[in-house]
Design a protein around this ligand. Structure first.
Ligand code: DGP
Length: 119
C-alpha cells in the first residue's frame, strides 16, 4: 500500500511544497513543532534508512543538499537548525517512507531531552 508521502508526491493529497525535482521533494509538516518544519523526502519509496542500498546513497546526499538550500531560503541557516531522521518503531518513525525533518526558527531543546525513557 502506498504511504501517505507517496500519495502527497503523486498529488493525491495536498501539501505545501517548497521543493520538487525528479529525486527529492520537500513540503511543510502538517504538525509543525517549530516555525520552520519541513519534510525532505525522496520520490523513491524507500521505507527507512535501514533499507537504503549503496545505489541510493546519492539520493540521500541530495536530501541533505536540498535541506541545506531550504534552510537558507527559509532564513534559518545562519542561526541554525536541526535535521532529524527517525527509523522504525523505537526511533519514533510514523510514516514508512524515508524523510528528513528540517526544524528551525527557534531555539531547540537538547536532543537528548527527546530521547529520555518515557517510563
Ligand atoms: P516521522 O514520525 O519521522 O515518521 O514523521 C512523520 C511526519 O509526517 C510527522 O511529523 C507528521 C507528518 N505528516 C503525517 N501525515 C502528513 C500529511 O498528510 N501531510 C503532511 N504535510 N505531513 C504529514
Amino acid at each position: 500500500m502506498a504511504s501517505i508521502f507517496e500519495m502527497i508526491i503523486a498529488g493525491e493529497i495536498p501539501a505545501e511544497f517548497i521543493h520538487r525535482d525528479k529525486e527529492v521533494v520537500a513540503f511543510r509538516d502538517i504538525n509543525p513543532v517549530a516555525p520552520v518544519h519541513v519534510l525532505v523526502v525522496p520520490t523513491k519509496p524507500i521505507p527507512t534508512i535501514d533499507d537504503v542500498t549503496d545505489a541510493d546513497i546519492p539520493v540521500v546526499g541530495r536530501m541533505y543538499a536540498v535541506a541545506r538550500d531550504i534552510a537558507r531560503s527559509e532564513g534559518v541557516a545562519e542561526q541554525g537548525y536541526r535535521l532529524v531522521m527517525n527509523c522504525r518503531d523505537h526511533g519514533g518513525q510514523e510514516v514508512p517512507h524515508l524523510h528528513l525533518h528540517l526544524i528551525g526558527g527557534r531555539q531547540l531543546g537538547p536532543m537528548v531531552g527527546s530521547c529520555v525513557d518515557p517510563d
